[in-house]
Design a protein around this ligand. Structure first.
Ligand SMILES: [Zn+2]
Length: 257
């Protein structure tokens, strides 16, 4: 097993100084494989902090290109990168931040025909998408592949986030059975304060580190709701639904392997 090099001991010094955080923990992060779907408002802090903390193998999926209106919150990108592919720009930035990290930019979209294949071979999956269809797909593929995952959402001045471990916790469909029927507006319609995905994304990155290292109490069966205008944080508890279409007693959700 590879031991931490001298520069690595220095780079991760503030992690290693923590109580209950060993060199073995840091080595485990360096060996971990995390998949992040989306390199936008949520993906930016998630990817930057996972890379900075030495999560050693990170796959990123995003088929979009950078637009000027992204830059108010998507801080992994910059003004010089407008028009460029988000996944490639994110990869370059992360590798510059921490050369210990291998970043794989997955070409194309995360869809029903490739979701399970992309999810497989990772230790944890992070939904950083901006749409419900993808969140439900992350849920279904991760449940089927038995991978821990995190889902975050943001809109206007609020956000929500939860963590899931198939077999140990309820899933996203236990909470919301199916995608909403178009009644929920998007950030392109009603906006989002630029810092909101920053906060939710950093919570998601923190959950990834905790789950990978088996530390603390992740947001399992708990949905954290945040309103930044009044700094109202609430946690809603939820349980596994026996009739859940993904993780219930008779699951009906299937995806191509
Ligand atoms: Zn479920």
């Amino acid at each position: 097993m590879a031991l931490l090099s001298k520069p690595q001991l220095e780079r991760y010094d503030r992690n290693l100084k923590l109580k209950n955080y060993s060199k073995g923990d840091q080595e485990r992060l360096l060996r971990s494989k995390v998949l992040v779907i989306g390199t936008g408002g949520l993906g930016s802090p998630i990817l930057l902090y996972l890379a900075a903390n030495g999560v050693g193998n990170i796959s990123v999926v995003d088929s979009d290109s950078i637009e000027l209106s992204n830059l108010q919150r998507q801080v992994i990108h910059d003004s010089e990168s407008i028009g460029k592919q988000k996944a490639k720009v994110a990869k370059a930035r992360m590798e510059k931040l921490n050369p210990d990290v291998n970043v794989r930019a997955v070409d194309g979209r995360f869809n029903k025909s490739n979701a399970r294949k992309i999810v497989a071979n990772h230790d944890m999956i992070v939904d950083a998408s901006d749409n419900f269809a993808t969140k439900f797909l992350v849920n279904d593929a991760s449940v089927l592949e038995k991978k821990p995952f995190s889902i975050g959402s943001v809109l206007e001045y609020h956000g929500q986030v939860s963590t899931f471990i198939p077999g140990k916790s309820p899933c996203y469909r236990c909470l919301f059975k199916q995608p909403p029927d178009g009644a929920i507006p998007t950030t392109a319609e009603v906006g989002v304060l630029g810092t909101v995905p920053g906060i939710i994304g950093i919570i998601q990155a923190t959950e990834v580190i905790k789950v990978l290292l088996g530390k603390g109490t992740p947001l399992l069966g708990r949905l954290l709701l945040m309103d930044v205008l009044d700094w109202d944080f609430q946690i809603i508890k939820f349980e596994r639904a026996k009739n859940c279409p993904a993780c219930g007693d008779r699951p009906v959700i299937k995806l191509k392997k």
